[in-house]
Design a protein. Structure first.
Length: 236
């Protein structure tokens, strides 16, 4: 996947995402500037035409790594506790790494204020935050696949069209997962769980269809009302 993000002075910073090795294409087979140019000519010719200093930029920006960090334990009795990236580093494709760390700070501060025993406070912090961190880690990886592939899939686009219409029909129940994560205070674990349910409904309702004509809206509405409770007020 190649993305280009705008800078304030009118330029763009482009980032190429590839496996390091083991799958073609990968950075092991696209290492030199000449190899990179041939790869871009075949894969991203429209972007290459906008890169007048391609070889120079390629050489001056070496590859780096993205990783998901999953730890079995976040604390050591009352002596130490990990939070933020030290506990749950994640890929950036949902833009939630820093926000998740801020939520850690809020939770740890609240739990330490409520319990003077640091061992108990740290343990409670881990119990509360670990499921949410693991949920946003999974959603960030899923969002990469969505950004890379799904947006060009007619079936996904039809599901997205239905998703937006259902969000209008049931604004406090059927909230798109991206909206729950990015624009509400819905806990990540809850957004992950509800998102899975919603995606299954969308896939089932649109299977084999080219459009939304003929959908049994009454049946879909009834299922949402019966199985998907309103989001909690503090998750809005």
């Amino acid at each position: 996947m190649l993305i280009a993000l705008p800078n304030t002075e009118g330029t763009f910073t482009a980032t190429l995402f590839l496996p390091h090795k083991g799958r073609t294409p990968d950075f092991e087979s696209v290492e030199t500037a000449d190899e990179a140019r041939r790869f871009f000519e075949a894969t991203f010719p429209d972007a290459l035409a906008l890169m007048p200093r391609f070889e120079e930029d390629w050489i001056s920006h070496p590859t780096s790594s993205l990783a998901t960090l999953r730890l079995r334990h976040w604390h050591l009795d009352r002596r130490a506790v990990l939070l933020g990236d030290a506990a749950h580093a994640m890929v950036p494709f949902h833009g939630q790494g820093m926000n998740c760390a801020f939520e850690d700070v809020e939770a740890l501060d609240r739990l330490m204020a409520a319990n003077p025993d640091l061992a108990e406070a740290f343990a409670a912090f881990e119990v509360e935050r670990k499921p949410n961190a693991e949920a946003i880690q999974a959603m960030a990886l899923e969002n990469y696949v969505e950004m890379r592939d799904a947006v060009d899939d007619p079936a996904w686009r039809l599901q997205r069209t239905l998703e937006l219409q259902l969000a209008e029909r049931h604004p406090e129940r059927f909230v798109p997962r991206y909206s729950m994560v990015s624009f509400r205070r819905t806990p990540y674990a809850l957004a992950f769980e509800r998102g899975r349910w919603q995606r299954a409904l969308l896939a089932g309702a649109t299977a084999g269809r080219d459009g939304l004509d003929g959908l049994d809206w009454a049946a879909i509405d009834a299922r949402i009302l019966a199985e998907l409770p309103p989001l909690p007020a503090d998750a809005a």
